[in-house]
Design a protein around this ligand. Structure first.
Ligand code: XMP
Length: 322
């Protein structure tokens, strides 16, 4: 595509001019924006870039492998992964309040990233620049947008405060999401990353209603995997904006399986359609798709004995439950 090609050429030239022969670092979140920003910088300055992926233990099934294997294969980028999941999960012990979870996860993320940055500086030489996947709408919104932005502290894990001692490199600052996706495709980033639906930085941590524990994460991860697989195979990925899967960890209900009484947890499906996540409508998923999801989850995730669908629009509900 001609215009996508010229966007890439222009940004690559700008990045080279900005970075010169300095070292640069980029935090990957697994999402589209940080991946495309990193790929552009990699194209511009190659080995001067090191990417950092923090595994906070709140990832979905396969996410870490997708970054470690598929993204690296597509871009040839140098990547270091830090597994700080124990640190995050320890810090979350006993925490149930959503904003408190976000604050803790955001704080630990910054600490993890700073440790990783120090490591990179020791090995590669002092790092001067930090890549951020800021998009044009983010630039406009941070011009003082009040209201919805204050309902939840959208700590964009993967985005960082700029009091870190780096200069920022923001190659997506003039682009909209669809342009970012087009650039990513042109750069050969796998569709599974480029076409990815939004996923919150605090990850599964805000999709467990109640305390976050390893066992609960494991239950939610297995249910979430089934939902994603069924939505994809039904060809619904581009139709729905995203579909949070939520574990009501403190709720139990009585069920029956075979002639066994069960006392398990409900899983909530929250499929929504939206233009920009500011408002949303609940998606009218085909009943047969819901039926397949429900029977697969209750047949294979033994801790779950009910699947329910959230039919609330935003407002009054938000997309995520926390
Ligand atoms: P809500 O729940 O506020 O979500 O209707 C709107 C959009 O934002 C995502 N979201 C987050 N993203 N950090 C993020 O990076 C967060 O803390 C966070 N909370 C919600 C949500 O998935 C939806 O796309």
């Amino acid at each position: 595509n001609w215009s996508t090609g010229s966007i890439i050429d222009e940004q690559v030239a700008r990045i080279r001019a900005q970075i010169g022969d300095e070292k640069v670092i980029c935090a990957l979140s697994g999402g589209v924006d940080s991946a495309v920003a990193a790929a552009l910088v990699q194209k511009a300055v190659g080995d001067q870039l090191t990417c950092v992926f923090v595994d906070h233990g709140l990832l979905r099934a396969g996410e870490r492998a997708q970054v470690e294997r598929d993204f690296v294969a597509a871009t040839g980028v140098r990547l270091i992964t830090v597994d700080d999941s124990s640190i995050f999960l320890d810090a979350l012990i006993g925490i149930t309040e959503p904003e408190e979870k976000r604050k803790i996860i955001g704080r630990e993320f910054i600490r993890s990233f700073e440790r990783a940055a120090r490591l990179v500086s020791e090995e590669e030489g002092s790092v001067k620049f930090l890549v951020q996947g800021t998009l044009y709408p983010d630039v406009v919104e941070s011009g003082g947008g009040e209201g919805a932005a204050n309902i939840k502290s959208h700590h964009n894990v993967g985005g960082l405060p700029d009091d870190l001692e780096f200069e920022l490199c923001e190659p997506l600052r003039e682009l909209f999401k669809d342009e970012v996706r087009a650039v990513g495709r042109e750069l050969g980033i796998p569709e599974a990353i480029v076409g990815r639906q939004p996923f919150p930085g605090p990850g599964l941590g805000i999709r467990i209603i109640g305390e976050v524990t390893r066992e609960r994460l494991d239950i939610l991860r297995r249910a979430d995997f089934i939902v994603r697989e069924e939505l994809t195979s039904a060809g619904l990925d581009s139709e729905i904006w995203q579909c949070p899967v939520v574990l009501l960890a403190d709720v139990r209900s009585v069920g029956v399986q075979g002639d066994q009484r069960t006392y398990g947890h409900p899983i909530v499906l929250r499929p929504v359609s939206s233009e920009d996540a500011m408002t949303a409508d609940w998606s009218r998923l085909p009943y047969d798709v819901i039926a397949r999801i429900s029977s697969r989850i209750t047949n294979t995730v033994s801790e779950v004995n009910r699947v329910v669908v959230d039919v609330t629009s935003k407002p009054p509900g938000t997309i995520e439950w926390e």
